[in-house]
Ligand binder design. Structure first.
Ligand code: SAJ
Length: 412
């Protein structure tokens, strides 16, 4: 049968490629014409190891096509963003728009899968929205006999940078509105998943996904709080953590300049939004991690005071090592905060994985993008913001005589 994937981003495109390279006829759908054009030509509009080969191969085999119009299909996977609004409440507009695209294509017998990370109850909302748009069909939330359309949630859990490996090897949770819905959805993932496929109900699956990312956020917040405490006590946090981690049941994560990306900095808020009174630790972890970029910027500004007209090199803009993803990146917020605090300051930014400054920084006339070596050579103060391999391999002698602020412990 044919499968349509709505959203050709970091999750939709790898999933499309994984299914298509295993012989499924996949139609990728995206509202962005540039994305559709790229994919139709077998190209990938972002950096992810091994994805390009899979996409160009699938397109060449004729298994993967791309379009802006949702076609008829036997199964639909929704892989669109779920951002939050200013008040941290989830914005379901893209999921809603996807269901509006799918509804007219239903004839009965299809499976609709929500992959986008969503608050508990969203998959049921998808079923309800479809039912409102298609009163001629029965949907599983209404529990009136056998539904015409099956609806399930299968949250993604791949790590950017390792997507093509983890997509295949990770266990998957599939939560159906009914057990039959879960079975239907699982049969699709069995095509490429080698890990276990664990069946459950939709709301538990939605919550489990949020819990995974909140768990990591809380643990990173612990490490980030330790970095503040250690700074206050004039201790080396990396040394403290190295020692503590020799305990057999202790595994403290790595402090950094803050938590970025489109998952860990976002998903815990969906739990807080669903149960605000009860989510005290999870909310505090968010606050600790969100406070870290401000702290780093303040420290850099304080270091600037030792110089007359200092030049600052900021290394890295991505939200983490070896990816080109700038979404919710603490590094960008830090550079912007420094530029705002010191309007005349000469700031050189190095990001080997991008060629243009993001909009937020392009607005500052004194911030410019340069190769790392040039930026370091010109700098009095070097701030390491992302632990890219590229920076790790730089010769340490380039840093001689400069004030170095290594937020990732890369050069320890
Ligand atoms: N970070 C630290 N210290 C650490 C680990 C991470 O400061 O010890 C920072 C990173 O630099 C980055 C942020 O946290 O800014 C998040 O990075 P990450 O590598 O922990 O996670 P993501 O956002 O790339 O991917 C996560 C993963 N979730 C978990 O590990 C529980 C991934 O499996 C999910 O699929 C993904 O979120 C998602 O899409 O939800």
């Amino acid at each position: 049968g044919r499968l349509a994937i709505l959203g050709l981003g970091y999750i939709g495109l790898p999933t499309a490629a994984a299914l298509a390279t295993r012989g499924v006829e996949v139609v990728g759908v995206d509202v962005n014409e540039a994305t559709v054009k790229a994919v139709a030509n077998g190209e990938v509009p972002f950096v992810e190891p091994d994805l390009s080969a899979a996409v160009s191969g699938a397109v060449a085999m004729g298994r993967l096509t791309a379009t802006t119009e949702t076609p008829e299909a036997d199964a639909f996977i929704i892989a669109v963003p779920t951002p939050f609004q200013d008040d941290h409440q989830v914005d379901l507009c893209y999921i809603r728009a996807a269901t509006e695209q799918i509804a007219p294509q239903l004839r009965g017998g299809e499976t609709v899968i929500l992959e986008s990370t969503s608050p508990p109850g969203t998959t049921e909302s998808v079923s309800r929205w479809l039912a409102e748009m298609r009163p001629d069909l029965t949907f599983p939330h209404s529990s009136e006999g056998v539904p015409d359309v099956y609806v399930a949630h299968c949250p993604e859990r791949v790590l950017p940078g390792r997507i093509m490996i983890e997509m295949v090897t990770n266990d998957r949770v599939v939560g159906g509105i009914t057990p039959r819905c879960a079975e239907k959805a699982a049969s699709i993932y069995r095509v490429f998943v080698q890990g276990d496929i664990v069946l459950s109900d939709a709301a538990s699956a939605e919550m489990a996904k949020l819990v995974e990312n909140a768990y990591r956020d809380v643990n990173i917040a612990f490490a980030n709080e330790l970095s503040l405490i250690s700074e206050h006590l004039e201790l080396d946090v990396w040394e403290v953590i190295r020692l503590a981690n020799h305990h057999p049941r202790v595994n403290v994560l790595t402090p950094g300049p803050g938590v970025g990306g489109h998952c860990i900095a976002v998903d815990p808020w969906f739990i807080v939004g669903a149960a605000p009174e009860e989510s005290r630790l999870i909310r505090t972890a968010r606050d600790v991690n969100d406070g870290k970029p401000h702290h780093v910027a303040e420290q850099v500004v304080a270091k600037c005071e030792r110089f007359v007209e200092p030049t600052v090199a900021c290394l890295g803009l991505a939200y983490k090592a070896n990816v080109d993803d700038l979404r919710e990146s603490p590094a960008i917020d830090i550079v912007a905060a420094i530029a705002e605090a010191q309007p005349g300051l000469d700031i050189r930014v190095a990001e080997p994985l991008t060629h243009v400054l993001p909009q937020q920084l392009a607005a500052h006339p004194n911030v410019r993008l340069e190769p790392a070596c040039d930026a370091i050579a010109a700098a009095d103060i070097v701030v390491l913001l992302v632990d890219h391999d590229h920076f790790k391999s730089l010769s340490r002698s380039r840093l001689a005589g400069k004030v170095v602020y290594d937020t990732r412990g890369l050069w320890r």
